[in-house]
Design a protein around this ligand. Sequence first.
Ligand SMILES: [Zn+2]
Length: 134
Amino acid sequence: MFCTKCGKELPEGAVFCPFCGQKQGAPAEAPASPAPAPESAGYAKPVNQSPIKKARYNILCIIGLVIGAIAIVFSYIPLDLFKVLGVLAGIGAVIVAAIGVVRCNRTNENGRIHGVLGILLGALTIIFVIIDIL
Ligand SMILES: [Zn+2]
């Protein structure tokens, strides 16, 4: 460092210039160390979720799955009436489960796997009955 008045070289950290006596600027303060981040509270933030909505979305997926399961059982009963019912239930399962899956995806809800299974079961039922008829 150099004196701010006479410009002579000074020992590092000198408060007064030994040549002219000029008081030197206060040594640069060490940059304030960032305050330690406060320990985050030990509990998780409450999640912004409506349990009612979640239940509804999951229920649609599960209803689709149940209808799909019923449809596939119907399609195995060797009576034309049940084959018709099976196809109708299969169509219903695909629709209900698809709505459930779309809503699950939109809201990032769990339970879409049930809806996907419901769609598969409903579609399989329809395919089984069509193969059986042909
Ligand atoms: Zn000086």
